[in-house]
Design a protein around this ligand. Structure first.
Ligand SMILES: Cc1cc2nc3c(=O)[nH]c(=O)nc-3n(C[C@H](O)[C@H](O)[C@H](O)COP(=O)(O)OP(=O)(O)OC[C@H]3O[C@@H](n4cnc5c(N)ncnc54)[C@H](O)[C@@H]3O)c2cc1C
Length: 418
């Protein structure tokens, strides 16, 4: 045997292990799509299956821009053709009904049964329908949360556009932790931008169970600049109800009611409920009492099952926020860990990145960036003095950041799905 052949047979051993393994990814959002694609780039022969019920995925990032008329649902829609054709991922258009963790098998809604060696779960969020009494899943068809992009978003856009002159939009923001911390405030900005042109006497009132919010100083400065924030005729008002949160909806009178009985009436109600990991994760006993999935961040293995990796919004990676950018970053680290575990190698130390842009107007963007590292064995910490929020003072920067927001969106979609 030549030296070259010896090296080759070593490679074949590695390939052999990979070829035998079945990796199943559940959820074709930013986390799942990126994990499947990254794994393929590491292991050409691995059996990779992606299970996702929808043939097309509508991105939540960019969906707030619909309120300002800056985009459309088709522009926010991606399909799975590239994952299938370019990256050789087996696509199953179905949803997972249950996970048999002992036998490492999945039961699909169609009745199909699927085995896995390693399972990557990125199923996103579920809503806590009991958090605001009277706000049920059925009620969300009347008062949309629009926190999963698609028909919910178009319904809310139509309601905004049909609102009477001088009407009131109530946004009930969710408690931490939730998907996209700056999302409610970008939404208020985009709505205000539209109302300023079409319904200038209208008002958006944000009722918040938190004491503060992501990029608050930047949002408030932008609102002062564009929407008379802080004056009597401001288009946006923000109220912290941290000690007196909204706990009830009276659907008939379009009124939300706080813990102490304060009543707020709106013409349009956008109630964004408290969130947890998706139902599949809780039904498989992968969540703890917080409602999210605890993981070993280094490998994203569930603390309850070493053969299951959880990433994206469903997983507890705090202080990394729940964002598409973070889900993409977690998915890459997870794919490397899965590949290493399959090949009995030690995974390289994980790092994560998050950049979150928001638009206040089409020409005014703001951002927050964070770099994260392992802190001990089981925790994550932000790297000190790295990242931060947009600098203030330069008149050009908000215009540039609005452009960056659009191009960051496009490159994140390409990086995850194409
Ligand atoms: C209004 C809004 C604006 C946002 N803007 C930004 C932004 O600008 N930048 C940013 O980085 N993030 C943004 N986000 C956050 C971002 O959308 C989420 O963090 C991201 O989608 C998380 O990805 P994920 O893969 O964890 O979950 P998801 O994208 O929700 O994907 C989960 C997938 O799993 C599938 N699934 C669920 N259950 C099952 C099952 N049982 N079987 C099979 N499949 C299943 C679902 O169909 C879904 O496609 C925004 C969110 C909102 C609501």
């Amino acid at each position: 045997m030549t030296a070259g052949a010896g090296v080759l047979s070593g490679c074949e051993n590695v390939r052999h292990k990979n070829t035998m393994a079945n990796v199943v990814v559940v959820g074709g959002g930013f986390g799942g799509a990126t994990a499947a694609k990254t794994l393929r780039s590491l292991a050409a022969d691995l059996n990779i299956t992606l299970i996702e019920p929808k043939a097309d995925y509508i991105t939540c990032p960019g969906s707030n821009w619909l309120f300002a008329g800056l985009t459309s649902l088709p522009q926010l829609t991606v399909d799975y053709l590239a994952l299938k054709q370019r990256h050789g991922i087996r696509l199953v258009t179905d949803s997972v009904k249950s996970i048999d963790r002992d036998r490492r098998r999945l039961r699909l809604t169609s009745g199909q049964d699927l085995a896995y060696d390693r399972l990557i779960l990125s199923p996103g969020i579920a809503f806590q329908w009991d958090a605001i009494s009277g706000y049920t899943a059925a009620m969300a068809n009347v008062f949309p949360h629009a926190w999963q992009a698609g028909t919910q978003t178009t319904l809310l856009v139509r309601q905004l556009q049909a609102m009477p002159a001088g009407g009131v939009v109530l946004i009930v923001a969710p408690p931490d932790p939730y998907r996209c911390p700056p999302g409610p405030y970008e939404r208020a900005s985009m709505m205000a931008y539209w109302l300023k042109q079409h319904n200038p006497r209208a008002k958006i009132i944000i009722l918040d169970p938190k004491r503060g919010f992501s990029k608050q100083a930047l949002f408030e400065a932008g609102w002062r600049q564009h929407f008379r924030y802080g004056t009597a005729d401001s288009l946006i008002e923000w109220h912290s109800l941290a000690d007196n949160p909204i706990t009830q909806l009276d659907a008939q009178t379009h009124t939300v009611i706080s813990d102490f009985g304060d009543r707020f009436r709106g013409d349009v109600l956008n109630i964004i409920p408290a969130q947890t990991a998706a139902t599949l994760a809780s039904e498989a006993s992968l969540t703890d009492k917080s409602g999210w999935c605890p993981v070993n961040p280094q490998t994203s293995q569930s603390l309850f099952d070493p053969y299951i990796h959880v990433i994206g919004d469903a997983a507890h990676f705090a202080p990394i926020p729940k964002s598409a950018f973070a889900a993409n970053s977690e998915a890459k680290a997870c794919a490397i860990a899965v590949y290493s575990l399959l090949n009995e190698q030690t995974a390289s130390t994980a790092n994560w990145l998050n950049i979150c842009y928001s638009l206040i107007t089409p020409e005014h963007g703001i951002s927050v960036a964070g770099i994260y590292e392992l802190d001990g064995e089981h925790a994550v910490a932000a790297v000190r003095e790295a990242g931060g929020v947009s600098q203030v003072g330069s008149p050009e920067l908000p215009i540039l950041e609005a452009d960056y927001a659009r191009s960051a969106y496009q490159s994140l979609v390409n990086n995850s799905f194409r």
